[in-house]
Design a protein around this ligand. Structure first.
Ligand code: ZN
Length: 159
């Protein structure tokens, strides 16, 4: 079965900038399980998976505008230190904080006594990303999964 809209796809991935060290990987843990074709992953990767089948391994290269967007200047914010709940902070470190738009990754720029300057660009903003994909399983989504817009079961949403 190949990857099409409204099928459930289970896959392992490694992501890096082309030719660089791995930034993030699902290998060694659980595969990613998604409802395909609903924007649950970045657009360039969704496009790159189309038509592939279980058992296939391949690479997908995604430019920034199809991944996490271009790096934007001026997305710096000053956050009271108490929001970090005593975490040890250093410039360059990536953290995730709750914001009005939900959990959001950010990069620590400067650590002060009572405030921390952060950059709100996604850590992978402005980067061309190379994904090494291994498709493990493809199946039809259930009516309930289509209705909810996400995968259920192992690796999916548990209600
Ligand atoms: Zn659900």
């Amino acid at each position: 079965m190949d990857i099409q809209k409204d099928r459930i796809v289970s896959f392992h991935y490694n992501v890096s900038e082309p030719g660089q060290a791995t930034l993030e990987s699902s290998r060694g843990g659980s595969p990613l399980v998604i409802l395909y074709g609903r924007g649950n992953i970045i657009p360039g990767l969704e496009q790159g998976l189309l038509g592939h089948a279980a058992g296939e391994s391949f690479e997908v290269t995604v430019p920034p505008d199809q991944a996490y967007g271009e790096f934007r200047e001026g997305l710096t914010q000053r956050v009271p230190r108490k929001h970090f709940k005593g975490a040890k902070l250093a410039p360059g470190m990536q953290v995730v904080l709750p914001t009005r738009d939900g959990q959001r990754p950010m990069t620590v720029l400067k650590v002060g006594v009572s405030v921390v300057d952060v950059d709100l660009n996604h850590p992978m903003a402005g980067k061309t990303l190379s994904f090494a994909i291994e498709v493990l399983d493809v199946r039809e989504a259930t009516a309930e999964e289509k209705d909810h817009g996400h995968a259920h079961g192992d690796g999916g949403h548990q209600h």
